[in-house]
Write a protein that binds this ligand. Structure first.
Ligand code: PEP
Ligand code: MG
Length: 875
């Protein structure tokens, strides 16, 4: 027998979701449960995949099966395609494995043609209904199958209404609708050049192809990228005999949720319209009634519906989102699925289902999308105000939340206004470490350049500040006091709003509402922790961030980027002095000024982490990042250092690098200037000794991390600086302090030689930001400019800086894990690149056996939940 590509609803069940798609599997399941489902069949997702591999064709074998199943449907319903006396009419709908609401296409009333319409009008005695169905079909078919576009059809309807002097579609008569259908067909012919198809089989295959094609429409592709849905899943197509909600006043159609999708409250929630088809409820042309009103209008149908809803909830043990139609008083179920819900509702529903004895805590943990947690931890826009606003541009959703403030173009200005309590949004071409204070005081950050691991993105996520990055359409006219976007100029002080969860930018002020974490959140997170096997640490550079991360449940610091501490106003002078020093003595003098500051920082961080492990990385960025660029700053620094401005200029020039990311940074700094590593080690160890003394009950074990290692000998060289310094200090203090020395694996060579590296390193932390950058060979700051073209052309499906590329970069990680463990079986393994907070990447980390993931404080809860789900999936 040839491969089976078509299943009748009664041949499938709910477990066949991958093959039948969500909608098809649920229609099959409802059929099995004896619910009133209009009969039909499902063309599998495999048929969709074949459609693409066959060069966008439906193969003959699949075609034959579809035709045979139409025959079976005709037998089952006693109706026939194209039969004027008793015509079979069908709906054709998409349905993929993961629900993608509104992303793909639907066609209703398929099978109508002039002969059928005339006979059917006579037979039903309801010509208005028949012509209404016909004009809807022509409209949908033209739009979806032939891509003619809907707008002109809508204009024709408006003209007709005007002509007749009516305002409501329902006031158009059968004759009006008949005339409209003729106008629609003429429009079709004008656009397509051929007559509107009359053969139902031709119509059917046109519609099936259109659904397959819609799997690849731009909005579906974008939705898949946002939701990590692979393109090779494909969509199934459901062909279902029509039932009609527009047969008159005893017919109707509606949608309902078994619980409130906004709040999670139990109870039917939904709306319906009498004498209408589904699209009328969604399209908002007529105002639907609430589902309670159905109880008054038609108590019998309401009770039957309520009983079905209860049964479906009990069956699926989750909140259901259902579509139904009432045809002349008889109820039909057209769809059920687990309903989409807000983050707050998701947590409440999961807890309620546990309390109702419907699900276990394990199932509750599994049913929440970790990405939804963001919305609970960050401010959001007021829903009504957001709905009324139109975006003026869209960048990358770099750091979630909502921000509203007055435009500010410099970090100094943003900091000054922020300190006065004003709400500002910092708008920059890109941010640099120097902008840190302004970023801190800004409500939101908008940049024209930079990807998901650019400075702006990483720092904003760390702070929990909303950020939209890489909005390349922004223009900066000379003068520095305005930007342009979408043809409009925005000046300093103008109000704008950013949505860091979608990347949308609005040219108006939109009210924000604060985050609300309820008790449900805490319960779910506690359950998650019971199932989790990987630890979750945080990337934090300050005691404040560390304390925030502890509140969110971080179990240590996986990455403390020490350079971020150097940019504070009172430190930058000392670090600049250190950089421009000509002799080791000068450098040591400058470092001596930095030592107490660093030691204080580390003490604060150890205190905030209350004895949990803390990984501190030695200085990493290219030195020139610290140097002043403005002439005024240069003159001031030269004065402070007692050198001529010209001399300072020449030092700055000498530090220029053509490719700083691949230049003099990371452990290379310690190879050239060992004093830097020695000073930092001293600060780390002395701080640990001090804190351990203050808290004998804690077990302070600093983990000193050497960045950007590619060769074991360079690691050994820098490690010796660290151990010589640390051992001497510990001996001098006469204490028993343990510490670890490890490295980041962020250069491909380090991954490939991980066994050698592990002979020196007591732990590895995968720096997947740089590892991605260097494996792909494209810049983490600039890739945003061309990645869109790669998504469009389907070369990449997602941003490798946001979601770990498991095939390439992941292979290096796996290799390094294996080699590392071979050389040092008890080696500690973690990840501290941005991927450490991304659920799909976390699942990968679980699979390869990392001990922990580390991410920015606001992503800690996401990581806890994702790690629990990964552990459950890998059981
Ligand atoms: C990395 O490269 O993944 C990393 C964590 O370091 P940074 O982002 O500071 O380069
Ligand atoms: Mg790095």
């Amino acid at each position: 027998m040839s491969h089976k590509y078509v299943y009748e609803f009664s041949e499938g069940d709910g477990s066949m979701r991958n093959l039948l798609g969500g909608k098809g599997a649920n229609l099959a399941e409802m059929t099995g449960l004896g619910m009133p489902v209009p009969q039909g069949f499902c063309i599998t997702t495999e048929a969709c995949t074949r459609y693409y591999t066959d060069g966008e064709q439906i193969g003959d074998d699949i075609r034959d099966q579809i035709v045979a199943y139409i025959g079976r449907l005709e037998e089952m319903t006693g109706k026939k395609f194209g039969d004027p006396d008793n015509p079979l009419l069908v709906s054709v709908r998409s349905g993929s494995r993961a629900s993608m609401p509104g992303m793909m296409d639907t066609i209703l009333n398929l099978g109508l043609n002039p002969t059928v319409v005339d006979a059917f009008a006579k037979k039903t005695g309801n010509p208005r209904f028949v012509y209404d169905s016909y004009r809807r079909f022509i409209q949908m078919y033209s739009d979806v199958v032939m891509e003619v576009g809907k707008a002109y059809f809508e204009e024709l309807i408006d003209e007709m209404k005007e002509h007749r002097g009516v305002t409501d579609d329902l006031e158009l008569t059968a004759d009006d609708l008949k005339e409209l259908s003729e106008q629609f067909k003429a429009e079709y012919k004008a656009k397509i050049g051929s007559e509107f198809p009359t053969d139902p089989i031709e119509q059917l295959f046109g519609a099936i192809k259109a659904v397959f094609r819609s799997w690849d429409n731009p909005r579906a592709v974008y939705y898949r990228r946002l939701n990590d849905i692979p393109s090779d899943w494909g969509t199934a197509v459901n062909v279902q005999s029509m039932v009609f909600g527009n047969l008159g006043d005893t017919s109707g159609t509606g949608v309902a949720f078994s619980r409130n999708p906004a709040t999670g409250d139990k109870g039917l929630y939904g709306e319906f319209l009498m004498n209408a088809q589904g699209e009328d409820v969604v399209a908002g042309i007529r105002t639907p009634l609430t589902i309670d009103q159905l109880k008054q209008q038609n108590p019998a149908v309401y009770d039957e519906f309520q009983a079905i809803v209860d049964k479906l909830e009990d069956h699926y043990r989750d909140m259901q989102d259902m579509e139904f139609t009432i045809e002349e008083g008889k109820l039909f179920m057209l769809q059920t699925r687990n309903g989409k819900r807000t983050a707050a509702a998701a947590f409440k529903i999961a807890c309620d289902l546990v309390d109702e004895g419907q699900i276990s805590t394990e199932q509750a943990v599994k049913m929440i999308d970790p990405k939804q947690i963001d919305a609970l931890l960050h401010p959001q826009f007021d829903a009504a105000e957001l709905a009324a606003a139109t975006p003026i541009g869209k960048g990358l959703p770099a750091s979630p939340g909502a921000a509203c403030g007055q435009v500010s173009f410099t970090a100094e200005d943003a900091a000054a206004k922020g300190k006065r309590g004003e709400d500002v949004v910092l708008v920059r071409l890109e941010t640099t470490p120097e902008d840190i204070e302004g970023m801190h005081y800004a409500k939101g950050i908008l940049t024209a350049r930079g990807g998901m691991t650019s400075h702006a993105a990483v720092v904003a996520r760390g702070m929990g500040t909303c950020c939209v990055s890489g909005l390349g359409d922004i223009g900066f006219p000379p003068g520095g006091t305005s930007f342009t976007l979408g043809g409009v100029t925005y000046n300093e002080g103008d109000w704008i709003s950013l949505d860091g969860s979608t990347g949308n930018v609005y040219g108006v002020a939109i009210k924000t509402v604060p985050a609300e974490i309820g008790g449900y959140f805490g319960r779910i997170m506690e359950w998650a922790d019971e199932f989790r096997t990987m630890k979750v640490r945080t990337n934090a550079d300050s005691p404040t961030d560390a304390a925030q991360a502890r509140e969110f449940g971080a179990e240590g610091i996986g990455l403390c980027r020490t350079e971020h501490m150097f940019f504070e106003a009172d430190r930058i002078a000392a670090i600049r002095e250190m950089i421009v020093s000509k002799t080791p003595e000068q450098r040591e003098a400058a470092l001596a000024k930095l030592l107490p500051m660093q030691r204080g920082d580390f003490e604060g961080i150890y205190e905030a982490m209350e004895g949990y492990p803390v990984t501190i990385r030695l200085l990493d960025p290219p030195l020139h990042e610290f140097l002043p660029h403005d002439e005024d700053d240069i003159v001031a620094l030269a004065g402070e250092m007692n050198i001529a401005a010209d001399e300072l200029h020449s030092v700055i020039d000498s530090l220029h690098e053509f490719n700083p990311m691949m230049g003099h940074r990371g452990c290379r700094l310690d190879v050239t200037y060992p004093e830097i590593g020695a000073m930092q080690t001293r600060a780390i160890i002395e701080a640990a000794i001090n804190v351990q003394k203050r808290h004998p009950e804690w077990h302070v074990v600093p983990e000193i991390m050497i960045p950007l290692v590619g060769e074991v000998k360079e690691l050994a060289f820098v490690k010796k600086i660290v151990t010589d310094t640390a051992d001497a200090l510990i001996a001098e203090a006469g204490v028993d302090l343990k510490y670890l020395v490890g490295t980041m694996i962020e250069i491909p060579r380090a991954a490939i030689t991980a066994d050698e590296i592990a002979s020196e390193a007591e732990f590895f932390s995968f720096g997947t930001n740089d590892l991605t950058q260097m494996t792909f060979g494209f810049s983490r700051d600039d890739a945003g400019k061309f990645l869109d073209a790669y998504y469009e052309k389907k070369i990449y499906e997602s941003d490798p800086f946001a979601r770990l590329d498991q095939t390439g970069v992941g292979k290096l990680v796996e290799l390094a894990v294996d080699l590392g463990r071979q050389a040092r079986p008890d080696i500690k393994l973690g990840i501290c690149g941005e991927h450490g907070g991304d659920p799909s990447s976390i699942e990968f980390c679980q699979k390869v056996g990392l001990n922990y993931v580390s991410c920015s404080p606001f992503r800690v809860p996401i990581a806890r939940l994702a790690a629990a789900q990964s552990a459950l999936a890998n059981r």
